[in-house]
Write a protein that binds this ligand. Structure first.
Ligand code: MN
Length: 471
């Protein structure tokens, strides 16, 4: 946890931004797996609750009364039976004091606060809930059916939270870099272990194990697959084969719940083929291009489009695309290869604040999300600011079903060489991803050590650092 002044100052700023009404920030509850007391481990607190109230215990709700300048932490102290099984934990009043809140009350009293606010016709601000138990809590407190809660969530609160959380302070960058350091070990472990004959599950499991043994958890379900063309391809029981590529997209969440998110694609046998190198070098160039042009004031939408333009030009050189680059870009033909966006914000959430609504987080009055296939998946298009943490993650994929679908529908025939595409159906996909901090004049990659990604570095690393485990 940060110093309590950090949380005091954050709540004061939130109050200034929201101006009036009662802000209710719901912490998460334990999430049962297969029966009530077998909870998912480890518990994950809600990120906005963490940002303003810092505490990681389940069953807490923070209230900020903007008009009367009051802050209250709601939660129930544990009883002697809990202490027998889990040991002692701090009282709710201690938890409150640790983050500079002087008032704490049992959870049952939260209903009084809500009733009083409703009676006085004061606005009750809450964020869009994403867990069903929280939705039921809101239904009980405010009489709102879960189906109405997303619309009833406070836009003033959402915008205020985004305004604050999107700009990372120095103490937050320190934490993200710690997560990146764990991410480095996760990815290099995958590179060191990978060889023909192992299963995807084996390597993927070892990658997760690095996060669990060094930090707190993974920041999302690890992707480790020979089918890089499946965007969220979780590890299968498939055997790794010589001649194929393995794609590893994984990240750590450190003890302060800040995330990392990287992707590397490398040859299972440690040596790229010529055909793999051709495609890889395009993705590499796109990745490096984004590093060069990202800086305050630039729309991330433009960085994304610049990457797509470069990709089209390079794919034309090897004959996979054809025609006028600008026309192909405008038509969205490149989405055959890159059906997702260049990147997203990252912080306490790996897709930072995505639960608050992507159109609020990644877009604004200046720029609206596109509806075109591919570009529609860009999660953040707005102007970059100093302190933003973004991912830079271009990729090129050969998705057999998409090739068949577009060909059958006759889409973008002027820009795509379908006959040549047929020969790439067994290729898979390549993505490279790093986390970048927007600085005063440009950007820098986060993490003190860069996971090898230039092809020579990858081959050298894999050749010199291979490890075999005993099981
Ligand atoms: Mn990512």
């Amino acid at each position: 946890m940060f110093n309590k002044e950090v949380y005091v100052e954050r709540r004061a700023q939130l109050k200034r931004l929201v101006k009036s009404g009662v802000i209710v920030l719901f912490g998460n509850n334990e999430s049962p797996n297969n029966y009530p007391s077998n909870s998912y481990y480890p518990f994950r607190q809600d990120s906005s609750f963490l940002y303003y109230f810092g505490q990681k215990r389940d069953g807490l709700v923070g209230v900020i009364d903007c008009d009367n300048d009051k802050e209250i932490l709601f939660g129930n102290d544990i009883d002697i039976e809990d202490i027998v099984w889990y040991g002692s934990v701090d009282s709710v009043s201690n938890l409150a004091a640790q983050v500079g809140v002087s008032d704490s009350r049992p959870m049952a009293r939260l209903q009084d606060i809500c009733n009083d606010a409703k009676k006085a016709n004061r606005k009750i601000h809450f964020l869009p809930p994403y867990r069903f138990d929280t939705k039921i809590q809101i239904m009980d407190l405010l009489g709102l059916h879960p189906s109405q809660q997303k619309e009833a969530a406070s836009v003033e609160l959402i915008m205020a939270v985004i305004k604050m959380r999107q700009v990372k302070t120095d103490i937050e960058i320190v934490e993200i870099e710690k997560a990146c350091a764990i991410g480095y070990k996760m990815h290099t472990t995958a590179m060191r272990l990978t060889k023909p004959g192992l299963t995807e599950k084996y390597v993927g499991g070892q990658v997760d194990g690095v996060a669990h043994s060094m930090g707190e958890q993974v920041s999302f379900a690890t992707i480790f697959t020979q089918h890089g063309e499946i965007m969220h391809g979780t590890p299968s029981y498939d055997i790794l084969e010589s001649g194929r590529l393995a794609l590893c997209d994984s990240g750590a969440e450190n003890s302060e719940n800040y995330c990392s998110d990287n992707t590397r694609t490398f040859p299972v046998n440690g040596k790229f083929t010529q055909r793999q190198l051709e495609i890889y070098s395009i993705v590499e160039a796109c990745h490096d291009y984004a590093l060069e042009v990202s800086k305050p004031g630039v729309f991330y939408y433009d960085v994304h489009m610049g990457v797509c333009r470069m990709m089209i030009d390079r794919l034309k050189e090897i004959g996979l695309m054809k025609g006028d680059t600008e026309e192909a870009l405008h038509a969205g033909a490149h989405a055959m290869f890159l059906p997702h966006g260049l990147g997203h914000m990252m912080g306490l959430d790996v897709h930072d604040m995505e639960g608050l609504g992507q159109h609020y987080v990644g877009f604004d009055d200046e720029i609206q999300p596109s509806e075109q296939f591919g570009t529609a998946s860009l999660r953040c298009g707005k102007r970059l600011q100093e302190g933003f943490v973004m991912t830079d993650e271009p990729g090129i994929y050969f998705i057999p079903a998409l090739i068949d679908d577009w060909r059958a529908r006759g889409l973008h025939r002027d820009f795509l060489n379908y006959d040549l595409l047929e020969t790439y159906k067994d290729f898979g996909g390549i993505r490279l991803e790093d986390d970048i901090l927007i600085t005063a004049y440009g950007c820098r990659m986060l993490g003190d050590k860069i996971i090898p990604y230039h092809p020579k570095d990858v081959e050298e690393y894999m050749a010199n650092n291979h490890i075999d485990l005993w099981f």
